[in-house]
Design a protein around this ligand. Structure first.
Ligand SMILES: Cc1ncc(COP(=O)(O)O)c(C=O)c1O
Length: 318
């Protein structure tokens, strides 16, 4: 993901030029990582551009802000409207949309809650996060860096500081020649990827770790659970051991940026007979039809982007 190009960035009610979207160097968020954000995708459909599961992403953003005591100056409806306005102004399709709530005023001191909470939203061109392997299978390794326990750093909040952990695991995997890392939880069970949830398939059943493995509750994960259930597969949330991962019939990642990415190798272990496996393939096929607006049953997951530039909301809750 290279956020080097874009047209306009929405900053507290104004669409400013990409290059002019700046924050003070002494901002609280820059120094302590106390910022909460979302990753959202916009897709091209037959009926125009649509945003995938906008409401769920906005709700998670607001929930993440609550745990970090960042009073959100916007209602959920205002944030959703601002996301649509940002997408309409930039017009990239597919797009990766990044709203972030942050304290951008100069305010040093870790306990300093005085700075105003601001919202910025960018929409940049989306690429395949895990490269060519996104379709045919990625190579992952088990990371030496474990997930912090949620009673130390809450995993269900999508907070900037959480990504120190993903950064270490992701860089290590890259340096070792892998596409992605699988992080274990504090107990040694499988948790998730650096920016994805993980699923395994075993004997025709689909398994994924639950919150006890200190994961982010992914929006794509929820979508995959529903699609797999509708396809007739049993979907079970449980702690997954490394042995179960290494001997699974199929493994795949799910996430907004990675979408659904089959895993073909974990370290020196080959996953299953072919990549993607048959059940992963079925889930992927439905998922990619859903996001293109080709599955009426899941049409409620798509919010159309109005073609005209909507007036952008200003904060009502300052
Ligand atoms: C650590 C982590 N886990 C899981 C996910 C997948 O979540 P979602 O499907 O909501 O993008 C992400 C991506 O946001 C992530 O960063």
């Amino acid at each position: 993901m290279l956020a080097t190009e874009g047209k306009k960035i929405w900053m507290d009610g104004e669409l400013v030029d990409f290059a002019a979207a700046r924050v003070h160097v002494l901002s609280h968020t820059l120094h302590y990582g106390v910022g909460v954000f979302e990753g959202i995708r916009a897709y091209g459909t037959r009926d125009g551009t649509a945003i995938f599961r906008l409401e769920e992403h906005v709700r998670r953003l607001v929930t993440s802000a609550r745990i970090y005591k960042m009073p959100c100056p916007y209602t959920e409806a205002e944030i959703a409207k601002a996301v649509l306005a940002t997408q309409a102004a930039n017009e990239f399709v597919p797009a990766y949309i990044r709203p972030i709530l942050y304290r951008g005023e100069p305010a040093l001191g870790v306990k300093n809650l005085k700075g105003r909470v601001s919202l910025a939203i960018a929409s940049i061109p989306a690429q395949k996060y895990l490269g060519a392997g996104s379709e045919s299978g990625v190579r992952a390794k088990i990371s030496p860096f474990r997930k912090p326990r949620s009673d130390a750093v809450p995993s269900f909040a999508k907070a900037a500081g959480n990504y120190l952990n993903s950064y270490l695991a992701g860089i290590d995997a890259g340096e070792e020649g892998y596409d992605e890392a699988v992080l274990l939880d504090d107990r040694g069970y499988v948790a998730e990827g650096t920016g994805e949830n993980i699923f395994i398939v075993r004997d025709g059943r689909v398994y994924t770790p639950g919150l006890e493995s200190d994961i982010l509750l992914g929006v794509t994960r929820e979508s995959v659970k529903e699609i797999a259930t509708d396809l007739g597969f049993a979907v079970i949330e449980k702690s997954i051991s490394v042995n179960e991962l290494l001997t699974a019939d199929e493994v795949f990642f799910s996430g907004t940026y990675a979408e659904i990415a089959p895993v073909r190798e974990i370290g020196h272990y080959k996953v299953g007979a072919r990549s993607p496996g048959a059940i992963t393939r079925q889930i992927m096929d439905v998922f990619y039809r859903v996001v293109r607006g080709e599955e009426p049953k899941y049409a409620r997951w798509l919010t159309p982007v109005p073609p005209v530039k909507a007036p952008t909301p200003r904060a009502t809750r300052r």
